[in-house]
Design a protein around this ligand. Structure first.
Ligand SMILES: *Cc1c(COP(=O)(O)O)cnc(C)c1O
Length: 391
């Protein structure tokens, strides 16, 4: 991997030590160009006309997504973020009193709120699978809990609040054996390391464009296994998702695009497509090795600083690193890093409800390097931690 060339193609690396790739990664020049060229075209000839001219490249986005995660292009629907993609899958399922939704303790805040709403509305029950001693979802407990009342297993692959990688393939095996649909929130794993829907055995997967995938803000996608489509009734019907049949009513659009809405930012779609192509060209294996490796390095170096503690759970960890400095508030650490040109963010207790119940450690400083970061940049962040801890 030619890091210098990649950094030259990433304008933000000249201005900041960007360790907030779990928030939004830096756009490449190439992706920026794909988007601005389309906006220029819209301004020059009209929005509908520009979309018409670029139709093939827009349509290629679906195939690009499947080159990244597997599956088939007609199993992909595009959205403006991961939450809407996830909602489209989840709110299209039906639940009755006594049905069970199994989830994990690392589940994302909005997903948890959605489970609670549906539980309140339908009388379904939310059951949270415990973690094992390493802090990942306990797959033995999942195997015990899954039964004929279970309608869904919904799990976050990598949480928003730490470096844990949940054992998604094992969760997929258990769900499949029980015949229960498995909805994987892969928002933090897509673009960070290889994710393959066949290998993980999920039935539905959601992702965002702007995080480790390096796409623009306001993009996301849903992948739904073809066989799972038949069990979902899209929760909205509109002119992109369905066709009026006159007196007979309407027919759903073929494939996963029955979850889409008519109006889309095509500049964003082309940006997403460019980001996916770029990830594929650089290679997801290499990207994953380097991003996860930098995460490990950063975690080790922070742990070596007296007065600094990292908080990442699990057997397998990734490029998200969470930490605290003894006697210094998380907000002050983040502010000091910002003053040194280091971009990070802080975790939010209410965005990771079950983890907050378990550990009560939030807010934490969240540092998330990506493959275009350098060891020298990590050292700059560690230095700031060292100065704060030494005071
Ligand atoms: C960020 C995040 C989401 C939400 O993604 P949006 O694109 O902001 O809707 C969902 N799940 C996890 C684990 C996340 O980190």
């Amino acid at each position: 991997m030619d890091i210098e060339a990649i950094r030259r193609d990433t304008p933000g690396t000249a201005n900041r030590v960007h360790l907030n790739n779990a928030g939004a990664a830096l756009l490449s020049r190439r992706t920026l160009r794909a988007m601005t060229e389309h906006l220029e075209l819209e301004a020059a000839i009209g929005g509908y006309e520009a979309a018409g001219r670029e139709r093939d490249r827009i349509d290629a986005t679906y195939a690009n997504v499947t080159r990244l995660i597997g599956g088939r292009p007609d199993e992909v629907a595009l959205f403006d973020n991961s939450t809407h993609a996830w909602n489209a899958a989840f709110y299209s399922m039906t639940f009755a009193p006594g049905d069970r939704i199994l989830t994990g303790r690392a589940e994302y805040g909005s997903n948890v709120l959605a489970y609670l709403q549906i539980a309140r509305r339908t009388g379904a029950e939310v059951v949270v699978v415990p973690n094992d001693e390493s802090g990942q979802l306990d797959t033995a407990a999942l195997a015990e809990l899954i039964d004929d009342r279970t309608r869904l297993v919904g799990v976050s692959h990598v949480p928003t609040s730490g470096g844990l990688v949940n054992p998604a393939a094992e969760i997929g095996r258990i769900s499949r054996a029980a015949g229960v649909p498995f909805l994987l929130d892969a928002t933090q794993s897509i673009g960070q390391f290889p994710v393959d829907v066949a290998e993980l055995g999920c039935d539905m997967l959601t992702a965002t464009g702007r995080k480790f995938l390096r796409g623009p803000r306001g993009t996301g996608f849903l992948w739904v296994r073809r066989e799972a489509l038949d069990h979902l009734e899209p929760y909205v019907s509109e002119i992109a998702s369905a066709t009026w049949d006159g007196k007979r009513g309407f027919t759903w659009r073929d494939g996963a695009r029955r979850f889409e809405t008519w109006e889309v930012s095509y500049a964003n779609v082309l940006g997403l497509s460019s980001a996916v192509e770029q990830a594929l060209e650089i290679g997801m294996d290499d990207i994953g090795r380097r991003a996860v490796g930098l995460g490990e390095l950063l975690r080790d170096r922070l742990d070596a600083v007296p007065g600094v503690t990292t908080y990442d759970l699990g057997r397998e960890r990734c490029a998200i690193v969470t930490a605290k400095v003894d006697g210094v508030s998380t907000a002050d650490v983040a502010a000091a890093l910002a003053a040194h040109g280091v971009n990070v963010t802080t975790t939010v207790a209410a965005h990771t409800q079950f983890d907050t119940e378990d550990r009560g450690v939030h807010p934490l400083v969240r540092l998330s390097p990506h493959y275009y970061n350098t060891e020298a940049e990590l050292d700059r962040a560690v230095e700031v931690f060292g100065e704060l801890a030494a005071r």
